[in-house]
Design a protein. Structure first.
Length: 429
């Protein structure tokens, strides 16, 4: 490599096939993939493409919503550090921030909260739709279907270029997600559907719809209500992950937001995305006790299996969300009583953080290491974990969907492929 003549903001590429040299502009740390198209071996050559399965090094959009620096363990929504937001803001304030770019004033928050509260009910036919599912249907499967079905109840949602319509559908989706989630749970339990209570907070009302029994007025435990709110804040956005990219891609075809969000929920359903905290719980149960942790770690290091809840594609020093969640876990266990699973988790963390293998591989607890234990302590069954993740991620999905729609650089998403099949062949006569 020759670094004699620095040429700022340009990448000089020489194509060894032709000997030709090209100057590609560098903007915001990227070169435009389409600029490679001019690099050809002949006039009828299609031009050079990049090959990037899983988009590991491809920026698919410009975004002003969430900033992550994985090496430094930084997560910020609209510039605000996640630590400050988790400490001082409610989930509905964060939803407003993600969607509007600024924290709401007191008056704006009042209006926003009233709007969300007004839309928590779902059409009675959706209840019947949920009734049609088998008794052991996975609540995430119900959620994927019910969110998509909402588009048929609100056909005006297809007017995606009308800002007022977009706003109304965004409000509806944020408001109705906890209702759909709780109804999916109660269907599985064979319980009557508990309707929303407008006097309660967003998370207080969700707990009401999950747990209300014979009491006339459900009173959520304030510690659990706060803990759940913080968990939703921590999950509210995480830039271009699998489900968010799905939301943007489906949105790029100008589908209505219900259809796009149903697809995002489906992407989240996968065990590699929204299902990891369930795996953490299964692992802790398999370990069974603190005394068995060293042997389990030995087997992880021997390559027998992975330590679930450790490691992250982006965070390579620590996951800032995991540190915040650990504090929430302590508060929750003061209410629900100690959990033997937490003791096992703490022992894993203690040993792993001192161990050369985990240090060398940059493996630290991620957000899922603690969230599952907290949900379980609250009495939420394992199948509901990705559903809770979906409620939290809803404002992030919607903010990213709207940003994509309004971005003049965006068109319908349409990746290229490297065709590796038969070039041409013919049927036998
Ligand atoms: N336990 C043991 N070894 C691990 C682990 C782990 N949890 N994670 C990675 N490694 C090792 C892996 O074996 C490899 O070792 P070597 O280089 O010697 O072959 C090295 O670390 C790199 O692994 P990788 O799979 O290339 O790393 P990645 O960045 O592609 O994977 C990950 C990230 C999260 C998929 C992975 O760390 C993992 O499988 N973790 C366990 C599952 C989990 O907790 N997932 C939740 C992620 S957070 C949810 C979210 O934010 O959406």
């Amino acid at each position: 490599m020759n670094d004699a003549e620095p040429n700022p903001d340009r990448l000089t590429v020489t194509d060894s096939r032709t000997g030709r040299t090209y100057e590609l502009p560098i903007t915001e740390g990227t070169v435009k993939a389409l600029d490679l198209r001019q690099i050809k071996v002949s006039a009828d050559d299609f031009g050079l493409m990049t090959y990037d399965p899983a988009y590991q090094n491809t920026a698919s959009c410009r975004s002003t919503i969430t900033y992550i620096d994985g090496d430094k363990g930084i997560l910020r929504y609209r510039g605000y550090p996640i630590e400050e937001l988790a400490e001082r803001s409610s989930f509905l304030e964060i939803a407003y921030l993600l969607l509007n770019g600024e924290m709401p004033t007191t008056e704006e928050l009042k209006t926003w909260t009233a709007e969300i509260t007004n839309h928590t009910f779902i059409h009675e036919n959706i209840k019947r739709f949920i009734d049609g599912f088998h008794h052991d249907a996975h609540p995430m499967g119900i959620l994927v279907s019910a969110v998509g079905a909402l588009s048929t109840f609100y056909p005006e949602s297809k007017q995606i270029h009308d800002p007022a319509t977009r706003h109304r559908e965004i409000v509806r989706l944020i408001a109705k997600m906890p209702t759909l989630a709780a109804f999916a749970y109660r269907h599985a339990m064979g319980l009557y559907y508990a309707y929303p209570d407008d006097d309660l907070s967003y998370t207080g009302n969700f707990l009401n719809m999950m747990w209300r029994a014979t009491e006339l007025k459900y009173k959520p435990n304030p510690v659990l209500e706060h803990a759940l709110d913080v968990l939703l804040v921590l999950h509210a956005d995480h830039e271009q992950n699998c489900s968010t990219s799905t939301m943007r891609l489906v949105g790029s075809s100008q589908a209505d937001p219900y259809s796009a969000m149903s697809a995002a929920c489906a992407a989240l359903y996968g065990p590699l995305h929204g299902g990891a905290n369930e795996q953490v719980l299964r692992m802790l149960n398999t370990i069974g006790g603190v005394a068995n942790v060293p042997e389990y770690i030995r087997r992880v290091k021997a390559g027998e299996f992975r330590l679930m809840g450790f490691g992250h594609r982006v965070y390579k020093n620590f996951d800032p969300r995991a540190q915040l969640i650990k504090r929430v876990a302590e508060e929750v266990f003061e209410v629900t009583g100690p959990s033997p699973l937490l003791d096992i988790a703490l022992e894993i963390e203690r040993i792993a953080l001192e161990d050369d293998y985990f240090i060398a591989h940059k493996l630290y607890p991620n957000v899922d290491f603690y969230s599952g234990i907290i949900y379980l302590a609250m009495g939420i069954p394992v199948e509901m974990f990705p559903v809770l993740f979906a409620i939290g991620r809803t404002p992030g999905w919607l903010a990213q969907w709207e940003e994509g729609l309004l971005d003049p650089d965006q068109k319908i998403g349409r990746p290229r492929q490297v065709y590796a099949g038969y070039l041409e062949r013919h049927l036998k006569s």
